[in-house]
Design a protein around this ligand. Structure first.
Ligand code: AMP
Ligand code: MG
Length: 317
């Protein structure tokens, strides 16, 4: 297929990326969480192309990205709680699942038959500039083949999708490093995916911790399937020492670890490095190899990190 352009993070690169998106082409771009695989959410052929490029099952709906709350209110119905969450955390790594507004004009594939739509306002300056210049809502799942490790650099995007998308806007590494938190507001509010906004942060606005619906065979966030973020190597969790032949990934002091999520045991750093370290460990482990990962605490971003690690270690389909 065609070669994928690498666009520079300047006015010319943003203008080119926006023109491609308006023409229905696919463009990966950086957000503060991970790189997104962007396509105009109002152009059905573009949305179909996202599913094809990723090999994503059609029942797994997409998150729509817009530059601000006003644009989000044109697509979804907000109540007071949803608006309070948006005011507190947007722009930022929080996705809200809200009733789809009649006449929103989105491709029906975006919601995969659900009466709700998932929306986010990213904080990354390049994502903001791109969304404003494009002037359309942009669907953007993570820019990786479905089920594989998410991308936090333009090179990661090209590793998985080169030749399958028109371009990648190269903004360097992503600061947060794990995907957005997905929350369905309501009574009680439900945490559909832990992510860049912590449950503790949400509780400060909600007045209560969101509940975590149990993972199910057909989960409510349909992308939350057991095996995801999977390296080629087998993954063992909570490893306090490596076994023979394992590549040990440390967190905090771990003498003899091949790689570390954070030598100082910092969860923000571990989240930012997570997907790159998994990719490196996979290369070191080689075909049929094994990775062992040190325990990571369940506080703050640790909830999102452990969620991704659990899926990376899950039995493969
Ligand atoms: P990704 O695009 O890889 O960040 O994954 C997006 C996640 O958002 C998946 O887990 C989807 O299942 C979830 N999602 C998207 N739309 C909805 C929706 N309307 N209701 C619940 N979850 C959604
Ligand atoms: Mg993904």
């Amino acid at each position: 297929m065609n070669t994928t352009l690498r666009l520079s993070p300047d006015a010319a690169g943003i203008a080119r990326a926006a023109a491609l998106l308006r023409a229905g082409a696919l463009v990966a771009f950086p957000t503060e969480t991970v790189y997104g695989l962007g396509g105009a959410a109002t152009i059905d052929a573009a949305v179909r192309g996202i599913y094809e490029a990723k090999g994503r099952p059609g029942h797994n709906p997409l998150i729509v990205h817009v530059p601000d709350l006003a644009a989000a209110e044109r697509l979804a119905v907000f109540d007071d709680q949803a608006r309070a969450l948006a005011r507190a955390f947007w722009p930022g790594p929080l996705t809200l699942v809200l009733p789809l507004r009649t006449g929103a004009g989105l491709s029906p594939r975006i919601t995969a038959g659900h009466p709700t739509v998932a929306i986010r306002v990213p904080a990354h300056p390049l994502a903001q500039a791109l969304l404003r210049e494009t002037g359309l809502p942009v669907a953007a799942p993570s820019a990786n083949p479905s089920g594989k490790i998410s991308p936090t650099t333009a090179d990661h995007v090209l590793d998985g999708l080169s030749g399958r998308i028109a371009a990648v806007l190269d903004g360097g590494p992503c600061a947060v490093g794990v995907e957005s938190t997905i929350l369905a507001p309501g009574t009680p509010p439900r945490l559909l995916r832990p992510g860049g906004v912590t449950a503790e942060d949400l509780a400060r606005v909600l007045g209560t911790l969101p509940i975590r619906p149990e993972d199910a065979a057909r989960p409510e966030a349909p992308g939350q399937l057991a095996s995801h973020y999977a390296p080629e190597a087998a993954v063992r969790l909570n490893a306090t020492a490596p076994q023979t032949g394992e590549i040990w990934v440390g967190f905090g002091p771990c003498a003899g670890a091949a790689l570390s999520l954070s030598e100082s045991g910092n969860l923000d750093e571990a989240a930012a490095r997570l997907f790159d370290v998994l990719r490196r460990a996979d290369r070191l482990a080689g075909p049929g190899g094994r990775i062992a990962i040190a325990p990571v605490p369940m506080t703050g971003l640790g909830l999102a990190i452990n969620d991704r690690l659990g899926r990376a270690a899950a039995p493969r389909p």
